[in-house]
Design a protein around this ligand. Sequence first.
Ligand SMILES: [Zn+2]
Length: 163
Amino acid sequence: MAVRKITEYPAGVLAEVGKPVTEFDDKLAALCDDMFETMYEAEGVGLAAPQIGLNLRLFVMDCEGIKLIAANPQIVATDGEQSSQEGCLSVGKVPAVVVRPQMARLRAQDEKGEWFEREATGYAARAFMHETDHCDGKLFLDHLPKLRREMVIKRFQKEKRWE
Ligand SMILES: [Zn+2]
């Protein structure tokens, strides 16, 4: 296992629609191991392949007791509304309030290619949607009003300069 370098905004790969995962082999399992290790090292609750520079529809997460690998993820149902803080490892974890559905149902394939569905509410539902967005080339910034989006980017760039 290895910790990979996290790709940061505004890298192009973060804005690309990921390619479908088609090979469910040892290479994919090893990649998922690396993604988990990278996520834990960065103290995140989810990590998508574009965040380590790979244009692939794949994410891992471990959030509120839901630990899973999701290849070719889709959000197939949502309900309600929640408004809480969210951050992203690719944007220096600078937090911003994002309005999202309260419940989300995820449909995806596991590391063996088996399809599954999983429902979550609250923070874990937020993780489903945030990580699926990454696979579609979207960032949480895209859900923010223009002014707040600019503030988050400015703060992230400022923090980077101090590194
Ligand atoms: Zn993110």
